[in-house]
Design a protein around this ligand. Structure first.
Ligand SMILES: C[S@@+](CC[C@H](N)C(=O)[O-])C[C@H]1O[C@@H](n2cnc3c(N)ncnc32)[C@H](O)[C@@H]1O
Length: 313
């Protein structure tokens, strides 16, 4: 089996355009002070989605929807869903709901009386989520709004549960987002934060050192906060939460690659745009991943964590 690789680098944002000019300054300054010279900031496409052109947004939509069909991914959501203890008529908020993979999954798996609100700062994603929700006839149970996770529009103490699923690694200020989650939760309400520890993201590559560099370049390119899950105990306590439970999971693909293949294909071109590896090195690495899949010797893995916390009563 041979996969054709047809990702073009056009359409991905260059370093000159961001959500806010101050963000650009901060990112470039950080890179300047570290490297001593001006290089483009690494870009997080989900954080800066509102700067992307429609083709690039469509690629993110495809990636989110294909990920939502991966059992390796959905089983981790199902694992923490039961820990939310949702009762009849519960109101649930998903912060950063994307195309609605998690909101729809939640609606499928829970009582019809439960209502879900999804918020996302991308109107294109909210539009897609609304269409897919209509197709699944969940429009009575799921509502979407375009909102920034750092300044939620909801009143205080409104939701019984808040979910932050693969979003905290992308936001500008994780502590502010958690404080907002706390504000909109009712006393005794439950928060679930799920994400990867992307320092553990790894793909096999014959040159192990070069492979390690590529793994970290990928993590830095895709995620604004690649190791934020390590700091979640302090961040949750700082926002006022009490930690109830943590779950640790390994997602790996050995032999065949699907979830990690799509991750590599979608995001590796951005490593080059971010200036973290040359096009030649990135192409060589990606070619090696495709060959490994063809020859059924693929290997990739990443650790994922779920933090379940509650707002004290
Ligand atoms: C990796 S996607 C996860 C989507 C969804 N939770 C899922 O698991 O399928 C990250 C999402 O966070 C959203 N996002 C990032 N920063 C945000 C912010 N400041 N406010 C609202 N949404 C944000 C992005 O637009 C994107 O939809």
């Amino acid at each position: 089996m041979r996969y054709t690789f047809a990702i073009s680098m056009t359409g991905w944002p260059m370093a000159t355009s961001t959500n806010s000019p101050s963000d650009t300054c901060k990112a470039v300054t950080r890179k300047q002070s570290r490297a001593g010279q001006k290089i483009p900031p690494a870009r997080d496409p989900h954080r800066y989605i509102n700067d992307l052109d429609p083709d690039a947004i469509n690629r993110l939509i495809e990636r989110l929807e294909s990920r939502g069909k991966e059992r390796a991914f959905t089983r981790l959501f199902e694992k923490y869903l039961s820990r939310l203890h949702l009762s009849e008529n519960a109101r649930v908020l998903e912060i950063g709901s994307g195309t609605g993979v998690i909101t729809r999954l939640l609606a499928r798996k829970t009582d019809k009386s439960i209502h879900v609100t999804g918020i996302d700062h991308s109107s294109a994603l909210v539009e897609t989520a609304s269409q897919l929700t209509l197709q699944e006839k969940f429009e009575e149970r799921i509502t979407y709004n375009v909102e920034d996770a750092h300044a939620l529009q909801s009143g205080s103490e409104f939701f019984d549960a808040v979910i932050v699923h693969t979003v905290i690694s992308h936001v500008a200020e994780p502590a502010t987002v958690l404080k907002e989650a706390y504000r909109v939760l009712k006393p005794n309400g439950t928060l679930a934060v799920f994400d990867g520890d992307y320092a553990s993201l790894t793909y096999a590559f014959d040159d192990a050192e070069a492979g390690r560099r590529m793994d970290w370049a990928l993590a830095q390119t895709v995620f604004s906060n690649p190791v934020v899950m390590r700091h979640m105990p302090q961040l949750l306590a700082g926002a006022g939460f009490e930690l109830t439970e943590t779950l640790a999971d390994l997602v790996s693909e050995i032999g065949q690659g699907s979830y990690f293949r799509s991750m590599a294909e979608t995001y590796a071109p951005l490593i080059v745009v971010a200036g973290l590896a040359s096009k030649a090195d990135t192409d060589k690495w990606l070619k090696a991943q495709h060959e490994a899949i063809d020859q059924q010797r693929f290997f990739a893995s990443c650790n994922y964590y779920s933090f379940i916390a509650h707002r004290p009563g």
